[in-house]
Ligand binder design. Structure first.
Ligand code: GLV
Length: 335
């Protein structure tokens, strides 16, 4: 039999036995070890011979893991790995595609919440107040009259488009390469064919922003996309529009966002990600009345491990068979 392949699955939360068995069942060549530890430092000396690594936030240096050839990230975003020199010897793959159902619902939840004035409803409920001018205060904006602009049109963007259309919304999107097909993996049943009403190249971002009642950020964080939403882009948005960021905090110039929210030029923001995480206790974002925030949990689903490790199992099968892996990161593009 050809040489065994040493696989390390390194997570922060335990993985169920059936999922570990599923990985081991991929091939008798695989020696799959599972370690749960809060950080690289607490993982201990486990690297001898490791060729394949499944990991969330942490990757070893080349000195620690000289035999490493492939890193399968547990997340869709891989910006935290990009400077690691271990990527000169190891290919990097992502779980892009597994987040479409839950993040699609998260985005719809936030559009409905802002459209139907949920933050304001909760403020009045907390005061036990039935306001006199309630018809004015709580008058909704129906999604069927609204336009959503999706920045980064991959698997989650397409799901947002599908769900938004079910509510009668107009769907616009920007994408780095508008002519290119989407090479990312997608869950069965979520077709890649969903097209927006109009697709803009990145250079026309501001033209798209001016059309949108809701802007949803779904682009990867790379040197090219860092702070892509700054003061000028926020000023280009429709007065009263809502920004929804479920991608990475670094896409947005946070002080400029806070300024636009304070000034009321932006109607609101739903934020799952921040420049610094955990969000510092003194950030004004915690208390601005037109902000709904969550602590980077939009991607969570009860099906996370099953989907992520299911994708990893398929990639392991391909690795053993010498076939091309799914979701390989192009280090030049950074995603
Ligand atoms: C979560 O933030 C992810 O990138 O999957």
């Amino acid at each position: 039999m050809p040489d065994p392949i040493s696989v390390l699955v390194f997570t922060q939360t335990p993985i169920s036995e059936p999922l570990i068995k599923r990985l081991r069942a991929v091939s008798p060549r695989l020696r799959v070890e599972v370690r749960v530890a809060p950080s690289l430092d607490e993982l201990g000396d486990v690297w001898r011979g490791v060729e394949v690594l499944y990991t969330s936030w942490f990757a070893p240096t080349p000195q620690m893991a000289p035999d490493l050839r492939w890193v399968q990230g547990q997340f869709a975003g891989v910006d935290h790995f990009l400077g690691n020199p271990v990527l000169q010897q190891a290919v990097l793959t992502t779980t892009s595609g597994i987040h479409a159902p839950n993040l699609g619902e998260y985005v719809l939840m936030m559009m409905l919440a802002f459209g139907h004035r949920l933050p304001r409803l909760l403020q009045y409920q907390q005061k036990s107040e039935w306001p006199q001018d309630r018809y004015r205060l709580f008058a909704p904006a129906e999604l069927c009259d609204c336009t959503v602009g999706i920045v980064g049109y991959g698997s989650i963007g397409r799901q947002v488009a599908r769900l938004a259309r079910a509510f009668g919304m107009r769907v616009l999107a920007t994408k780095r390469n508008i002519a290119g097909a989407d090479a990312g993996w997608h869950l069965p049943g979520l077709s890649v064919a969903e097209q927006p009403d109009r697709l803009y190249p990145p250079a026309e971002l501001k033209a798209m922003l001016a059309e949108c009642d809701y802007v949803v950020l779904l682009a990867p964080l790379t040197p090219e996309t860092e702070k892509m939403i700054g003061a000028a882009e926020l000023a280009a948005m429709k007065p009263g529009a809502v920004l929804i960021n479920v991608a990475r905090g670094g896409l947005v110039d946070e002080p400029a966002l806070i300024e636009a929210l304070r000034a009321g030029t932006l109607g609101g923001a739903a934020l799952d990600v921040f420049t610094r995480e955990p969000l510092p206790a003194d950030s004004p974002l915690w208390t601005l009345p037109n902000v709904v925030l969550s602590p980077h949990v939009g991607g969570i689903t009860p099906h996370y491990d099953e989907r992520a490790l299911g994708l990893f199992a398929e990639n392991l099968r391909r690795y053993v068979a010498g076939e091309p892996l799914l979701n390989v990161v192009d280090l030049k593009k950074g995603y």
